[in-house]
Design a protein around this ligand. Structure first.
Ligand SMILES: *Cc1c(COP(=O)(O)O)cnc(C)c1O
Length: 369
């Protein structure tokens, strides 16, 4: 049975994206080197920037976390101080990276069900003039909220701080203009909203800031500057690239364009989200976040209050019907998550909601909230 992934990644991908991986590809093959070059250029375009305007795209092997760690551990110098804005597990992950790499860092925490506020960020920056870089998550996949990156970016710009954004789960599914948002480093990966398969992360970087990372990396393989130099000098990766994952991604970018670009994809995801909200509300489900701060990438639903509810069984029964949902990751509430991204369409969401209804009936779950 074909299973559909309603998760934050890896996601359901098109058959043609998977087919792009059917031919073996040498890492020095002209077709491959060319695909990498086109991919790097296309990613700049999707962020509304170009090399001519002083931006560079660096691809890093590994999952999304490798990309974030590459940026964090290369960009923050010995005497620098990184401020990490945290309101979920992915923000906490950056804190962990900073401590492992022994970077000077400060953390400003917000509740998981609240956004990072530009005002509190500005006050904190005023109190700590030693801060040089600020890191923030755009779509906090822990809950599904969108942090106000444009406003936080404006605060960073005003205080002349380098702004690093983990836009992992949103880039490609939300229109983002890096300059308008004052972002210096934007990180995402192959298996999120561009709808490729896992294999690599990418960072879109302001060149003048990327150049400052020379000689600062804390590891060989995650050296963002050297990775960029490698790609620029001969179009090659320093170490084995995920060749087939890159070929799939190259195809995924074509399909994104055919769909009508990021704007059209954003509309499809929003339509998915609308069907999910309406359908789950009709079944009585309550969401964790208030709607004003909820994004259209992934939604946290509170567990039904009925004693008959057991997440494992609920998950398995949906799985056997071809629908894969995602467990929760909240620190203060029991919830499960449903994503709207990947090759899933509004009618798929309607079918998912129908399956949820069937499972509730089968499991005699009556009290929802
Ligand atoms: C998916 C995701 C990551 C990266 O996770 P990996 O498992 O390393 O791919 C990082 N940040 C956010 C917000 C994410 O959603």
């Amino acid at each position: 049975m074909k299973k559909l992934l309603f998760t934050p990644g890896p996601l359901s991908t098109s058959r043609t994206v998977k087919e792009a991986m059917l031919e073996d590809m040498g890492s020095r093959d002209h077709a491959f080197v060319n695909a990498v070059k086109e991919t790097r250029n296309e990613l700049l375009k999707l962020a509304h920037v170009s090399q001519a305007e002083g931006y560079e795209c660096v691809i890093v092997q590994g999952s999304g976390t490798f990309g974030v760690e590459s940026v964090i551990s290369s960009v923050v110098g010995k005497k620098d101080v990184l401020l990490i804005l945290v309101n979920g597990a992915y923000g906490e992950r950056i804190v962990k990276m900073a401590s492992i790499h022994q970077l000077n860092h400060l953390v400003l925490r917000f509740d998981e069900d609240e956004i990072v506020t530009p005002g509190a960020t500005a006050d904190f920056l005023k109190d700590h003039p030693e801060i040089t870089q600020v890191a923030c998550i755009h779509s906090e996949t822990t809950t599904g909220l969108f942090n106000p990156i444009t406003e936080i970016g404006a605060v960073c710009k005003k205080h002349q701080k380098v702004f690093i954004v983990d836009a992992m789960s949103s880039f490609g599914g939300v229109s983002m203009d890096m300059k308008e948002m004052s972002i210096d480093f934007l990180v995402s990966s192959s298996n999120k909203c561009i709808e490729g398969v896992p294999g690599f992360a990418f960072a879109i970087c302001k060149k003048t800031e990327l150049e400052k990372a020379k000689g600062q990396a804390r590891s060989l393989s995650l050296d963002l500057y050297e990775q960029w130099r490698g790609l620029e000098t001969n179009g090659q990766f320093r170490f084995t690239p995920p060749t087939l994952s890159l070929m799939a991604f190259h195809q995924a970018l074509k399909e994104l364009e055919e769909e009508g670009g990021i704007e059209a994809r954003e509309k499809r995801y929003q339509a998915n989200k609308k069907n999910l909200d309406d359908g789950m509300a009709a079944l009585g489900f309550k969401q964790y976040l208030r709607p004003e701060i909820q994004g259209h990438i992934i939604t946290s639903f509170l567990y039904p209050t009925d004693r008959n509810f057991n997440f494992e069984e609920f998950y398995q029964k949906l799985n056997s019907r071809g629908f894969i949902i995602y467990p929760g990751k909240l620190s203060k509430a029991d919830a499960f998550r449903i994503g709207n991204i990947g090759q899933i369409f509004p009618e798929d969401v309607i079918n998912l909601v129908k399956a949820v209804k069937e499972v509730l009936e089968e499991e005699k779950i009556v009290e929802i909230a």
